[in-house]
Design a binder for this molecule. Structure first.
Ligand code: CUA
Length: 340
């Protein structure tokens, strides 16, 4: 029974790690050149450390057994002072190990720090807000919230900023973390060879809902990306003036209650406001973490504070059921990619 208590903490760690794996929130399964580089540096460091531990432990055990005091034998061992050969060996080996560690580290550091851009690079300005992410594509003149769309096989350079406090931008499968600091612009680059959804997280304690400050990277083929960017820049006029009756009513409710903070199709929003909602209907989660369905959406709009403590969105519990239904219908209709 006593031993059970010793195992318990490890079971919890395993549980957490299992949860991480589910959302590819792990640096141990790299999916791009940057993460690959960092992964092999971790591997090399680990290998060297394990080698040192094994060798030191072996010498320790050997000395412990070989030179232990034997019963009845109480002669004093020969007294020596220093051993030149040994000292050279145990100075040279660590130096050699440090060189093996340093060379790839320094080389990769230069590669990772190189955020030079050219015509083929996609630049994204990433701003951390309490508690959501803003992705501005300056060359395409579009801004997106929460879902970061990128084309595959393209060099993406991020300029990282923050509007309020320090956040930290992390997409474990694609790259290590980098801080978003107010007043300072940090940069980093990534590349995603495979299409897919990569989960990201804020990893700097930034307030009450820090742990819910999630986002997604959606890597799509370059053609789909162009279609997406086109849709974001010039969304279907239906998003602005829906033809369907319920959504049209929803658009009105949206204009009266939401447009001051949330932009749709380049209309509305403000720098201190909430995320751009032009492609809201294509999200798979609400507010970064709630499952996307009508019930959650209503719960979020009525009482956002209960879902994500400390976020700046006021609740809209004053909307009656009809207004809420049409608003949700309108939000669901906000899409820029053709359904497949
Ligand atoms: Cu933003 Cu933690």
């Amino acid at each position: 029974m006593k031993n059970l208590w010793r195992v318990l903490p490890f079971s919890f760690i395993l549980l957490f790690l299992a949860g991480c794996g589910k959302q590819n929130l792990t640096a141990l399964d790299p999916r791009g050149p940057v993460a690959d580089m960092q992964h092999s540096l971790i591997g090399l460091s680990l290998l060297i450390m394990v080698f040192v531990i094994v060798v030191v432990a072996a010498i320790y055990v050997f000395v412990l057994i070989r030179f232990r005091e034997k019963p009845g034998d109480n002669h004093i061992p020969e007294q020596v002072e220093g051993n030149k050969n040994l000292e050279i060996i145990w100075t040279a080996i660590p130096i050699l190990l440090l060189i093996i560690l340093a060379v790839p580290n320094v080389m990769d550091t230069f590669t990772l720090a190189d955020t030079e851009t050219d015509d083929d690079t996609l630049v994204v300005n990433v701003t951390g807000h309490q508690f959501w992410w803003e992705f501005e594509y300056p060359d395409l003149e579009i801004t997106a919230g929460q879902d970061l769309y990128i084309p595959t096989d393209t060099r993406i350079v991020f300029n990282l900023e923050a509007s309020d406090v320090i956040h930290s931008f992390w997409i474990p499968a694609l790259a290590g973390k980098q801080d978003n600091v107010p007043g300072i612009t940090n940069d980093m680059w990534i590349e995603a060879p495979e299409e897919g959804v990569y989960f990201g997280k804020c990893t700097e304690l930034c307030g009450e809902a820090h742990w819910l400050m999630d986002f997604k990277v959606v890597a799509v083929d370059p053609d789909t990306f162009d279609e997406w960017a086109q849709g974001m820049a010039e969304p279907d006029s239906e998003l602005i003036e829906p033809t369907e009756e319920v959504a049209a009513e929803g658009r009105e409710v949206f204009e009266q209650n939401c447009l001051a903070c949330h932009a749709v199709g380049g209309e509305g929003g403000n720098p201190q406001g909430g995320p751009d909602l032009t492609n809201f209907g294509e999200r798979t989660v609400i507010a970064g973490f709630m499952e996307y369905d009508d019930e959650s959406l209503e719960a979020w709009i009525r009482h956002p504070e209960e879902q994500k403590p400390g976020n700046l969105m006021p609740g809209f519990d004053q909307l009656d059921d009809d207004e809420m239904d049409s608003l949700i219908e309108y939000l669901n209709s906000l899409k820029v990619l053709d359904d497949e």
